[in-house]
Structure formats: C-alpha cells, structure tokens
Write a protein that binds this ligand. Structure first.
Ligand code: F6R
Length: 610
C-alpha cells in the first residue's frame, strides 16, 4: 500500500501537497517523493525514510509550481532505496509516474522495453509504466498514450502521471487500487483517499477500474481505456476531518477488519496461477534446500504465534514436514537441537518484536536457514533472515492485530502449497483445488463482513459479562486462542481459549448461565461431530452458546443460542473466515464499553523490549 496525491491549480501547490502526503503517511513510510512541472521540465525530490525526515534533508518546499504530485511508499517490488522511491521517470526525463499497486506482468514488459532500447534505473514494477507511456507517446496525445500503455498492463494500479511538455495537465488512472478525484475551485486533485484532500474540497469522484482522469485546473474528464468519455457522479463528503482519517470508520481496528478482503487479494496478487504458487524467487531459498527440509521451527509472539500454530497444522498435514511453533520469548531459554536441514520461520507483523528478533538470532547460531513472514519491508527481522515472504496487509495502525493475522495465514497457506508441490506430497488436482479455494477468500470474507447483525446482537447482550470461553478443535483451536486474545486486549474482559475437548479437564467447572462460550464449529469431516458433542456438554450446564458455523448447517443452530454463519470453504482455509466474526465481536463489545480501542491500556503496537 502506498499513498499518492496530486494537484493542478492556479496557485502554488507545494504546501498543499506536503500536507496531503502527511495525511497519507499511514499508507507507507519507506520513502517519499514529490514532482513538479516547471517550464517544460520535471523537478523531483525524493528520499528514504518518513516524510518529516526526508523533508528535513531535501526541503520539499523548495519545489514550487502550480502542478505537482507526491508519493509515500510501502515497498513491494524492490528494496527500500532512494532509486526505488517514487516518482519514476522515462528515459528522457519527460514523464513522471507515482503508483500504488502491483504490476503483475512487469517482468515481461520490462524485458520488451529493454529490447526496444529503454534504460531502467530502479528495481520497481512502477518504472515500466513511465517507459511504456514513453513508448506509446510517439506523436500521440498524452491521454491516448496513457490509455494505450495501460491496455498492456496487468495488475493493480492507482497512478498519477505528469508530462514535462504538458504542464497544465495531471493524469490519473485506476485499476483495483483506490483513487479519488477532488473537484475544487480553480484547482483539481487526485488522492489515494478522501481525507488527504478533504480540507480543500468536499466534492469527490470515485474512479472505477480501468478508468483514466485528465485534469486541468478548471476542467476534468473521465475516460475508459477505449477513450470513451464517462459521466460520473460527484459525491459531496459529509465526514468530519477526524472521521475521514479513518475513512469514516470509528476506529482504525474496525477499518482494518474491513480491509481484510483487499489485504488478502493484495497478498495473493501475482503469487498464484491456476495450478501453482509463484513464490520461489521471492523467498530467496533454493528449491534443493526447500525439498530437503527435515523440520520447521516457527518463532513468533502473540497473534503472530497463533498464525504459526495454524501454519504448523497446514505444513504437517499437507507438506508433511514436522513443524513446531515456539513462543519467541521462550525459545532462547531451552536447547532446541536444530540441525542444518531445519528451517526457522519468524512470523511478525512489525518485524521489530524484540523477542522474535532474539529468537531468530538464536536459531541462526545453529546454522539453520531462516525465513521471515513479515508485513514491514526493510524491518529488522527481514534484514537478518535469509528469505522473506511479505504479507501485504499495508500499515496496521490499531494495536490489536487483525489484517496482519489473516494475511499471515494466506502466506502460510501459499508456502504450504509451494512446499507440497516441491516435495510431491499433494498431486496437481489437490493443488488446483487449494488455489481455487483461496481465490474465493476475498469475496467470502466480504460476505462475512456484510452479515454482522448477529455479532452486533451478541455484543449488545453480553458486553457486561466478566468472563468468556473460546473453544475450537484442530486447525481452529488457534482461532479460539486468537478470539480470546482479541476480546481481552480491546475490552479488558477476561477470556480463555481452549481446545474444545480439553474443557472437560478443568474449565467446565466455570460454566454457568453467566458464561458466554464461543464455539468455532465449521462443518468439516475432521472435528465437526466432536465439536457438536462439546456444544452439548456446555448446553447441559446452562452456558450461553455463541457458535461460528458454516452456512447451511442445521445442527449447530438447534443447540446454540446464537449462530454466526461463514461461507463453506476448505478445512485449511476455514480459520481465515472464522476469525473475522470474533474480531468484530471483540471490537463491538469494546466499543459498547467505551474502551480506547486503537490504543488499549498497557499495550504497544510493537513490543521492542524483551
Ligand atoms: C495482538 C497483537 C500482539 C502481536 C505481538 C507480535 O493483537 O498485536 O500479540 O501479535 O506483539 O507482534 P509482531 O507480529 O509485530 O511481531
């Protein structure tokens, strides 16, 4: 996720651009850059680091003019370097591009353009767009060159484009990445989100996929890629500035829960075909090594540790690799007996958790290869690991981890498929089914988010309970742990996650008519029938049963006080769907209690002390 903002105006726009970028910084802070057009020349300043650090070094306000654009980067293709910072330009330094998204066919395009004599400067996927437009320009109108170039592009993009020789026009384009057009008075805007330009205009047009916008200071035109002009609705935004920061959501946690369909789609983008996972190059570990792994040790804390437990399940079940999941904070204090054919996998949203860093360093002492599953490019954990698989959740601001968790599960799933294929533990048709299953997840997640009535009702009824129990089995036992952790963190209500059958060995003593018991009970061939039995045991003791079950299930609703339905999916994917109602329940209960949801007491977003 990156942020882009652009303005074409009758007046100098440098301060407005700088403020716009400051509002977008939540979308990425690896590097930042700005570009102006002055007298048929592009003027660019950029650097790595956060906006205020780069601004101190380069002074963005030294750039000025009536047309300009800015970008803050959350790296996906190419490391965190100044060369990879946006804007990117063509060979003649006449076309400047800022981009949010992922160009899936960039390698083919780059090869084709190099063949035609284009010189590339960065490792980004974005730079191909500048050269592709250059290639399509050759005497054409600029908007036609942009349209023709984008017809060749596969993947997601929100783009801002400036041309040195057209100093009155700002061009924008969108496909599967957010972009709004702001209609001002004597000035027009483009931006990744509404809040970044809301103090200048409340009139917005939402671009749809494969549309381009051509803006001058006092006109705007929206075209599809065939060049047909489109009539678009102008929306008047009624949010307050504070609500707008969170795109209208009351808290970042809620916004991030709702971002999960997009985050999973981004995490899959360019990494799957119909029959296999395209991951090897990214991981930086050789096929020979991956084929020969004898054991995997997963190191993580908190929510990331819960993702690890689900990863263990997938890796053992499908790739047949013995796997252990260690609390990173405990790993250093025991003798792990790792051999050279082991792989240590560190899972961390921030990449800065002190215990996970320490555990990873400890694992390296055994001479094992290491892999990071991480959300933050260039973070400490990614720098000390041999390979990295990034989750592409985008910046997570709410302290309680939500979209980072589900994207970690998606990456673990892809890793499992890749290893299973290499080691021939799954056949082609099983792999196809698994890929088809995860392709459906973004839409299925959206449907879970759209049906939150029963969750809201449970929050209303039970927000004042003192305790609750979360029970699941098999791959969904860690979801019981995660659901309980979410509730504890944001509502401060005591909650325990337990394997459903273990309840009989102690916690069952707690059950009475005041105890909500959350069952994760999707319909599968492995645990479903047993979980039904566990539900009966709680019912017999008068507990309040809230169950997460599969659409169409007739048995669970007969026994539970409340049933929250999720769509049918593969057993190994049920956790990604099942956790979402539990995230929402924790959120709504905390909200009823008036908690400081995005910054719960005593907690920090990254725990950088051991
Ligand atoms: C819970 C939560 C924490 C983190 C843990 C590890 O909602 O956010 O439990 O999961 O502190 O953090 P990372 O993943 O950044 O290493």
């Amino acid at each position: 996720m990156c942020g882009i903002v652009g303005i074409v105006s009758a007046k100098n726009v440098s301060e407005k651009l700088l403020n716009g970028l400051a509002n977008l910084e939540y979308r990425g802070y690896d590097s930042v850059g700005m570009c102006f057009v002055n007298g048929n020349k592009l003027n660019i300043k950029k650097g790595i680091g956060k906006l205020d650090e780069v601004h101190k070094r380069v002074n963005f306000l030294k750039l000025n003019g009536n047309i300009g654009m800015g970008h803050c980067r959350w790296s996906t293709h190419g490391g965190v370097t100044e060369k990879n910072a946006h804007p990117h330009v063509d060979c003649k330094n006449k076309i400047s591009v800022v981009h949010n998204g992922i160009i899936e066919n960039y390698s083919e395009l780059k090869e084709m353009l190099i063949g035609k004599g284009h010189n590339f400067y960065s490792q980004t996927d974005t730079e191909v767009i500048a050269h592709l437009i250059e290639d399509c320009l050759k005497g054409n109108k600029i908007e036609n060159a942009v349209r023709n170039a984008l017809k060749k592009v596969e993947g997601s993009y929100a783009l801002g484009i400036l041309f040195a020789d057209s100093p009155d026009k700002l061009i924008a384009a969108r496909n599967e990445s957010p972009l709004v057009i702001g209609i001002g008075n004597g000035e027009n805007f483009i931006a990744s989100d509404v809040p970044s330009i809301l103090s200048h205009t409340k009139k917005m047009i939402y671009l749809d996929d494969r549309e381009i916008a051509v803006l001058t200071k006092d006109s705007f035109k929206i075209l599809n890629l065939d060049g047909n002009e489109k009539k678009k609705k102008i929306h008047t935004i009624k949010w307050s500035a504070e609500a707008a920061q969170k795109s209208g959501y009351k808290h970042f946690m809620l916004k991030e829960i709702y971002e999960q369909p997009r985050a999973i789609a981004d995490t899959l983008n360019g990494r799957i075909s119909n029959s296999h996972v395209i991951f090897e190059k990214e991981l930086g570990l050789s096929d020979d090594f991956l084929k020969g792994i004898k054991r995997i040790v997963i190191l993580a804390c908190g929510t990331s540790w819960h993702a690890g437990l689900i990863g263990e399940f997938m890796l053992e079940e499908l790739a047949k690799i013995p796997t252990e999941v260690e609390y990173a904070s405990e790993f250093r204090y025991r003798h792990a007996l790792l051999g050279k054919e082991a792989l240590a996998v560190a899972i961390s949203q921030s990449g800065e958790t002190a215990d996970t860093i320490a555990a990873l360093k400890e694992a390296k002492k055994y001479g094992v290869k290491t892999l990071a599953i991480c959300n933050v490019m260039g973070s400490s954990i990614t720098r000390i690991s041999d390979g990295v698989a990034y989750t592409r959740a985008g910046p997570e601001i709410g302290v309680a981890s939500t979209k980072a968790f589900t994207t970690q599960l998606a990456v673990l799933y892809l890793l499992t498929i890749m290893l299973a294929k290499l080691r021939e533990t799954l056949n082609e048709s099983q792999i196809k089914d698994m890929i088809a299953g995860i392709r459906k997840i973004p839409l299925q997640l959206q449907s879970v988010l759209d049906e939150d009535n029963e969750i809201l009702k449970c929050a209303e009824l039970y927000y004042n309970k003192q305790n609750s129990l979360y029970l699941g089995r098999g791959i969904n036992f860690p979801i019981a742990l995660e659901g309980a952790l979410k509730l504890k963190e944001v509502s401060y209500i005591h909650a325990e996650g337990y394997p459903a059958a273990e309840m009989k060995h102690g916690p069952i003593a707690l059950i009475d008519k005041n105890m909500p018991v959350l069952f994760i009970a999707p319909h599968d061939v492995f645990t479903y029938k047993k979980v039904l039995g566990n539900i009966e045991e709680v019912k017999a003791r008068g507990g309040i049963i809230i169950a997460v079950a599969t659409h169409g299930d007739k048995e669970v609703p007969k026994k539970a006080n409340h049933t929250i339905f999720i769509p049918k999916t593969l057993y190994t994917l049920s956790s990604i769907l099942a956790v979402v109602p539990l995230q929402l329940l924790a959120y709504y209960i905390a909200d009823k209690l008036g908690r400081d949801i995005d910054k719960p007491r005593n907690l920090a977003k990254s725990v950088v002390v051991e």
